[in-house]
Design a protein around this ligand. Structure first.
Ligand code: IMP
Length: 422
């Protein structure tokens, strides 16, 4: 059984919580794309575990965490997450595996990411500054360095020194301080010793798991609206986020997938630049941001807020073959008198679809809203659908009908036990 969790919006949908719930029955929990630009937080018994690279489902005793080939890795971040889990008492031997095919995010990638952003001035994209774009650019231009090279230190030093020389020339044109290869190699050598025991052929490993009918949970990162092909590029992340990335990023054939769970936050949020058709700037936005703690887990930036955009979410569900929906953070909307939901777009008076719009159209169009009545009662922690206020039930049913996909999980709070299964 292969289950896939996909974010259907701009990331930060609360996938960590959903993955954590579903990992209960998983033998393997797998990250297959992106890097430490993602942030998944899981809260267990009041203790917060922020993850950026290690699959958050690893917190379940039975689940083995796998970082498959599609993930790009910052060795320093990975080591700090390994240390966090060790400090929490977790024995990681046989519990965490990392593909030797993963490309490495190296110090010059982070420097380049920031240099490009600064050069864009007022037209900044708002990247997370984690070196994602430059690392993926190196990957496809045959300049990348993988864990594979890290296995052979001499080879790694040779490649790293060559790449640092080239990158320092580029950094010089941006008037940015060059990378000190010797110093960085010392740090990387220490990280290498911690990481190497976890390196494995994760492809073989996962295919054996398929043959022996193990439960595999694919932990998607980011959100479909950031997919490098299906977003309003360049307001994107560098990787593919849609379900297809399961195949390219972990070697799992798509026909082996049994279910795709699309995570939908009950409203919209986004960090970074680019158009958000349903963005709001008023007191309601501030209230949602504060109550929903909408500040980036990766960068701490305040997130931009908008009403739920069902036109965009419908597209995300279609392109990713979503079979079930998990709604998150619906409790944050309690207390609002009216709740708006976007059910279509109009551009120059004509109906247009999300997929037909580039960033210029998305910035100009007018959302078509359906106004629904809100509910007063706080619903945090409710575990039965029948106990939700009637208007909240109607909001959920409206969403389900519009999207044409069954809603099976409703998260009503950040803690593991705060959810409704229907
Ligand atoms: P990058 O992925 O760091 O290059 O950033 C590109 C864009 O994607 C920026 O707008 C980021 O804020 C956004 N982004 C990337 N990953 C995530 C995520 O996991 N959640 C929210 N936004 C993200």
């Amino acid at each position: 059984m292969v289950s896939v969790v996909i974010g259907t919006q701009w990331g930060d949908e609360g996938k960590g919580k959903v993955v954590d719930l579903l990992s209960k029955n998983a033998n393997f929990v797998v990250r297959f794309h992106g890097g430490n630009n993602a942030g998944h937080t899981v809260i267990v018994d009041g203790k917060k575990y922020p993850f950026h690279l290690i699959p958050s489902g690893i917190l379940h005793p039975k689940a083995i965490g796998v970082i498959a080939n599609g993930v790009i890795l910052d060795p320093e971040v990975l080591v700090s997450e390994i240390e966090m889990l060790k400090e929490a008492g977790m024995k990681l031997k046989g519990k965490l595996f990392i593909s030797e095919r993963c490309h490495l995010i190296l110090p010059y990638h982070k420097a380049l990411d920031l240099a490009y952003e600064n050069a864009r001035g007022k037209k900044k994209l708002g990247t997370t500054g984690r070196g994602i774009g430059p690392t993926l650019a190196d990957k496809v231009s045959y300049n990348g360095i993988r864990i594979y090279e890290l296995l052979d230190w001499k080879l790694f030093v040779e490649k790293f020194t060559f790449q640092t020389k080239i990158k320092n020339r580029i950094l010089k044109t941006f008037a940015v301080k060059p990378i000190n290869a010797k110093k960085e190699l010392e740090k990387l050598s220490a990280f290498r010793k911690i990481l190497l025991p976890f390196v494995a052929d994760t492809y073989l490993f996962l295919n054996e798991a398929l043959e022996t009918s193990k439960n595999i949970l694919m932990e998607g990162a980011h959100g479909v609206m950031l997919d490098t092909d299906f977003s309003p590029y360049p307001f994107s992340t560098g990787s593919n986020v849609i379900t297809g990335a399961v195949n390219t990023g972990a070697g799992i054939p798509l026909q082996k997938i049994s279910e795709v769970i699309g995570v939908v936050k009950a409203y919209t949020s986004r960090v970074g630049g680019g158009p958000i058709p349903t963005e709001i700037f008023d007191k309601t936005a501030d209230a949602i941001r504060e109550k929903g703690k909408e500040f980036g887990t990766t960068t701490g930036r305040p997130r931009r807020i908008g009403w739920l955009d069902l036109e965009a979410v419908k597209f995300a569900c279609e392109v990713s073959g979503v079979t079930e929906i998990a709604i998150t953070k619906i409790d944050i909307l309690s207390g609002l008198e009216k709740i708006k939901v976007c059910i279509g777009y109009k551009l120059n008076g004509k109906s247009v679809s999300y997929s037909s719009c580039g960033y210029q159209e998305l910035a100009k169009l007018k959302p078509v809203y359906k106004k629904l009545s809100g509910w007063k009662k706080e619903i945090a922690g409710i575990t039965k659908f029948s106990e939700l206020p009637k208007n909240c039930q109607s909001y959920i049913r409206f969403m389900e009908k519009f999207l044409g996909v069954k809603i099976s999980i409703i998260s009503t709070g950040p803690e593991r036990k705060e959810y409704i299964k229907i």
